[in-house]
Design a binder for this molecule. Structure first.
Ligand code: SAM
Length: 218
């Protein structure tokens, strides 16, 4: 994502009512934070928030947390949320590397990774949000019956993710290399990047993955 530093964005993060302050303090208490016992779904690298806002509006019985590393990007989502005021949606400005500081064992029911940065150079592979390091982090808070839903236009990143997930003992399901012309398109909410790449004629890849132990329990 091309980043423009927006003056005042960092300051807004500290006062905006939809941004969770000191999220580490909510670890293990996210349902209490939302004031209900609904499942919690997170999107990591949510960008301007089109996807997670549409989901939150469509599913009032699910709590959503949007995680984004950059204040200037998150600011766009906050502007929309100020209009919509969705009660089941909050945001955390955080580098996903530190997600285990914020979420406890079995706390998160689903993780969405949409059009994650591809980090094409081999030496940066560990930064990909589907690298073995990140998958290990996710197992520390993804519930036993939970899974990750991952979408990308980037075939190299997709192939890397499939390979890594299999090597780490995760089970893949609902795999498609052309989401918009597959049965999985029904009920699919588009992200900003998805609309952009799809308008350029690029097929969208999608999969779901869960640690093998999760699938065996079901
Ligand atoms: N998910 C959105 C979409 O599909 O339209 C945005 C995709 S954009 C290519 C990737 C987003 O992930 C950017 O907003 C970037 O700042 C964010 N991001 C990248 N690495 C991250 C990390 N380690 N933790 C949190 N957010 C991250």
């Amino acid at each position: 994502m091309r980043l423009r530093n927006i003056p005042g964005a960092r300051e807004e993060m500290l006062v905006n009512p939809y941004v969770v302050q000191n999220p580490e303090e909510k670890k293990g208490h996210w349902q209490e934070f939302f004031g209900n016992n609904h499942p919690i779904h997170i999107e990591i690298g949510m960008g301007k928030g089109q996807f997670i806002m549409a989901l939150a509006a469509a599913n009032p019985d699910i709590n959503y947390l949007g995680i984004e590393k950059y204040s200037s990007v998150l600011l766009r989502a906050l502007e929309k949320q100020a209009e919509l005021q969705l009660p089941n949606l909050r945001f955390i400005r955080l580098d996903a590397e530190y997600a285990t500081d914020v979420f406890d064992r079995e706390e998160i029911h689903r993780i969405y990774l949409n059009f994650s940065d591809p980090w094409p150079k081999d030496r940066h592979a560990h930064r990909r949000l589907t690298s073995d390091r990140f998958l290990a982090r996710y197992t520390e808070f993804l519930r036993s019956d939970g899974y990750i839903a991952f979408k990308t236009d980037n075939r190299e990143l997709f192939d890397f993710s499939v390979e890594t997930a299999e090597q780490c003992g995760w089970e893949l399901s609902a795999v498609t290399y052309d989401l918009h012309h597959s049965p999985y398109e029904e009920g699919n909410f588009h992200t900003e990047y998805e609309d952009r790449f799809s308008a350029l004629g690029k097929p969208i890849c999608r999969l779901e993955m869960a640690p093998a132990k999760n699938l065996k329990k079901n």
